[in-house]
Write a protein that binds this ligand. Structure first.
Ligand code: MN
Length: 298
């Protein structure tokens, strides 16, 4: 199957998911969203599989427009699931990463994380990682084009630092919710119990990992498709001490910029409070997707 028909198939799949999603969110049949989705369904159903590039780009633009409208609608309603369900899968060209919107308002996580921190953290720090990643990708493209790799070590480091910074923050925002807290359920609860013995034991391990990151970094709950179990890791800065071939599910930023304005040097108080805003629904959705990945046996 060529790339174009694969993309149209993805659109079909996505369209179906969106219909289910609107139904599950009980969006009224008279809503403009349904009308737009109906028009889109008709459009892709009448699409000839031998698309020209222009036709494909046109379809993609329409899909993105509906995506944005749906996202705006559900952001208003503070529904968090939208970002993990609605993924139009297309590659990001070099230098084209963008800062994702927060799935809630800057003050939504108060009193646990202040509006001031969230604003700085997202609009300044996260944006800097996006810009740094774009820059590194473009410089490495330049190196390939000119066959001059004299700075490849520098730009690879930048690629790793800013790329990890961008991807981890993108997970982090959705790992939290104003309606979060409590404890996990379903598949996630099962996998936590299987591997760590209990939620309590996992939480202790994760909190201690966060508290004891040396300098700046993260605590992460990851899935290993190879071992087929969860694991807790630390990372220094954004990219050191990682275990390759694992998929992050739940991440906690313990850089000072994530808590210092509010908690000063009391990192453990920040970590304790953070559990009250964990979005377990998001973590479980990430696990379900991650657990679908199966590597071939050796
Ligand atoms: Mn951060």
């Amino acid at each position: 199957m060529d790339r174009f028909s694969r993309y149209v198939n993805e659109l079909f799949l996505w369209n179906g998911q969106m219909r289910e999603f609107l139904q599950s969110e009980e969006v009224g049949k008279d809503s403009e969203l349904w009308e737009k989705l109906d028009q889109f369904t008709e459009l892709i159903e009448n699409t000839n599989r031998d698309l020209s590039t222009e036709e494909l780009l046109d379809l993609q633009a329409k899909a993105e427009q509906i995506h944005e409208e749906l996202e705006a609608y559900f952001n208003q309603k503070q529904v968090n699931e939208i970002g993990t369900i609605m993924v139009v899968e297309k590659p990001v060209p070099p230098g084209k990463h963008t800062l994702p919107n927060l799935p809630y308002a800057y003050n939504a996580l108060e009193p646990y994380i202040s509006e001031e921190i969230m604003r700085l953290h997202h609009a300044q720090h996260h944006r800097a990682y996006v810009n740094g990643l774009n820059k590194a990708e473009l410089e490495l493209k330049k190196a390939r084009d000119s066959n001059d790799f004299s700075l490849v070590k520098h730009w690879s480091r930048e690629l790793s630092f800013h790329g990890s910074g961008h991807y981890l923050h993108s997970i982090f925002w959705r790992n939290m919710s104003p309606n979060g807290g409590g404890s996990p359920e379903g598949l996630l609860k099962m996998e936590i119990d299987n591997y760590f013995g209990s939620f309590h034991a996992f939480k202790k391990h994760f909190s201690e990992s966060a508290n004891q990151v040396e300098g700046v970094g993260w605590a992460l709950l990851v899935w290993s498709p190879k071992a087929r179990h969860l694991e807790v890791l630390q990372t220094e800065r954004h990219m050191l001490l990682t275990q390759w071939d694992t998929i992050p599910l739940l991440v906690l930023d313990v850089w000072e910029h994530a808590y210092y304005l509010q908690y000063k040097n009391k990192r453990s108080e920040y970590v304790d409070n953070w559990w009250k805003i964990v979005n377990w629904h998001d973590v479980e959705m990430r696990l379900e997707k991650a657990a679908d990945s199966k590597w071939p046996a050796i």
